[in-house]
Design a protein around this ligand. Structure first.
Ligand code: 6MZ
Length: 358
C-alpha cells in the first residue's frame, strides 16, 4: 500500500459526510447518546457494520447527519477527517463535495453550513491548504508537494451537492450559494443522493441555470438501472459523471461518443452491490477504450477505504503497473474543475514526481 501512498493523487469524488472515520462517528454518537438524543448501542451497530447495500448506505447517511450536523462538528470533520486525512494519503488536489444543509433547530442555513466547512478548511495547520484562486495569487507558486516550511501542500476545491430529495427551489438555492461562493473555493455542482428518489425534471432547471452561469456540473449517473434518466443526463452533457454502473449497450455507446469523464469508485460499487465483483467492473472496458476516467473513493469512512487502497485494488484487479497507475493519476488533471493556473501547478507536481518514479 505504501507505494500507492507515495504517488501524488487527485481525488474528484469524495463526499464530506461519507469520509469520516468510524472512531470519530462513534465518539460523536457517544456524546449524543449521553444527552439522550440517540441510543448509542443502536448507532454503534450501524456504524460498525461492514457490508452495506445501497439502501442501507442511505439510512446510514441519515444517521451520520444526525450526529454531525451542527456548525462545530461540521468544522471539525472537515478539518481533521477530511483535509488532513486526504493530505496524508498524498492527495495533492481534492475536490470535496457536500450537501449544504438547513437545520432550523441548530440555527443552521445552507450558507452557515458552508461557512462551517470553510472554517474547517482554514483551520488546517498541519498541511498547507490552497483554497481559492485569490490565495494562489497571493502565494508564490510552489512546485513541490511540500512548501518551504516542509509542510505538505494540498489544493482543496468544493462542489456543492444537490440531494435528490430536494425540491427545485432548494436546488436553486444551492446553485445560487455556489455562485456566491465561487471566490471562496467553490468550483461546481454535484447531483447525488438516493438514486431511487426524485425525478431528473425536478433538478433540471437548477442544473441548467448553473450551466448557463458557467458552473461545471457532475452527476451521479446510473447507480441503479434507469435508462430514461441515464439518457437525459448524458444529453445534458455534464462535465463529469460518477459511477455509471447500470448502463446498457446503448448507454455505453452514447457515453463513449460523448467522452464525458467518469469518476470510478470501485470499493463503493462492490460493497453496495451495484457491481457484482471487481473483475466485471466497467473500469476495465473504459480503460481499454481510452475513455477518460478518474479513480476516486466516494466515501472513505462508510466504505473503510482510502485513495491508495483504490489504486492498489485497480492495479491488482486490472494488471496495471505503477507507471500506468501514475499516468492515470496524472491524467485526472485534465478533468478537475479548477482553472488553468491550478492545472499548471499540478502538472509541475506530477512532472517532479515522475522524475522520482521507480
Ligand atoms: C449517491 C451519495 C453516495 O453531502 O452530507 N452520497 N449519493 N450515491 C452514493 N454512493 C454510495 N455517497 C454519498 O455527504 C453525504 C451525502 O452524499 C451523498 C448522499 O446524498 C449523502 O447523504 P454530505 O457531505
Amino acid at each position: 500500500m505504501e507505494c500507492w501512498k507515495l504517488i501524488p493523487k487527485i481525488e474528484l469524488h469524495a463526499h464530506l459526510n461519507g469520509s469520516i472515520r468510524d472512531t470519530t462517528l462513534l465518539e460523536l454518537a457517544g456524546g449524543l447518546g449521553k444527552g439522550g438524543t440517540v441510543v448509542f448501542s443502536g448507532v454503534e451497530n450501524v456504524i460498525l457494520k461492514n457490508d452495506r447495500s445501497l439502501p442501507e448506505v442511505f439510512k446510514l447517511f441519515d444517521l451520520i447527519h444526525v450526529v454531525t450536523t451542527d456548525h462545530k462538528t461540521v468544522t471539525r470533520i472537515t478539518k481533521e477527517q477530511v483535509i488532513e486525512d486526504f493530505a496524508s494519503e498524498n492527495v495533492v488536489y481534492l475536490e470535496l463535495r457536500t450537501t449544504p444543509k438547513r437545520n432550523d433547530s441548530k440555527g443552521m442555513s445552507k450558507r452557515s453550513y458552508m461557512e462551517a466547512v470553510l472554517e474547517g478548511i482554514r483551520a488546517v495547520g498541519t498541511v498547507e491548504v490552497d483554497l481559492s484562486r485569490e490565495l494562489v495569487a497571493e502565494t508564490p507558486a510552489v512546485n513541490e508537494t511540500c512548501n518551504r516550511t516542509g509542510k505538505k501542500k494540498i489544493f482543496v476545491r468544493l462542489l456543492l451537492s444537490i440531494d435528490r430529495r430536494e425540491t427545485t427551489e432548494a436546488a436553486m438555492e444551492t446553485v445560487n450559494l455556489a455562485l456566491e461562493m465561487r471566490r471562496l473555493g467553490v468550483v461546481g455542482i454535484d447531483l447525488s443522493g438516493n438514486p431511487v428518489i426524485g425525478e431528473w425534471s425536478t433538478f433540471l432547471p437548477a442544473l441548467e441555470f448553473a450551466k448557463m452561469q458557467g458552473l461545471p456540473i457532475t452527476l451521479h449517473c446510473g447507480e441503479v438501472p434507469n435508462p430514461k434518466e441515464i439518457h437525459a443526463m448524458l444529453d445534458f452533457l455534464p462535465r463529469r459523471i460518477g459511477h455509471a454502473c447500470c448502463f446498457e449497450q446503448e448507454e455505453w455507446e452514447k457515453l463513449k461518443k460523448s467522452k464525458i469523464p467518469v469518476e470510478i469508485c470501485l470499493t463503493s460499487n462492490i460493497i453496495t452491490e451495484t457491481i457484482s465483483s471487481v473483475d466485471v467492473h466497467h473500469f476495465a472496458d473504459l480503460y481499454k477504450s481510452n475513455h477518460p476516467l478518474i479513480l476516486c473513493t466516494d466515501d472513505v469512512g462508510v466504505f473503510s477505504t482510502s485513495l491508495s487502497a483504490e489504486y492498489a485494488l485497480a492495479s491488482s484487479a486490472f494488471g496495471l503497473v505503477k507507471r500506468e497507475m501514475f499516468q492515470l493519476a496524472r491524467k485526472a488533471i485534465e478533468f478537475i474543475f479548477a482553472g488553468d493556473e491550478v492545472k499548471q501547478q499540478l502538472e509541475e507536481i506530477f512532472a517532479s514526481a515522475a522524475r522520482g518514479l521507480d
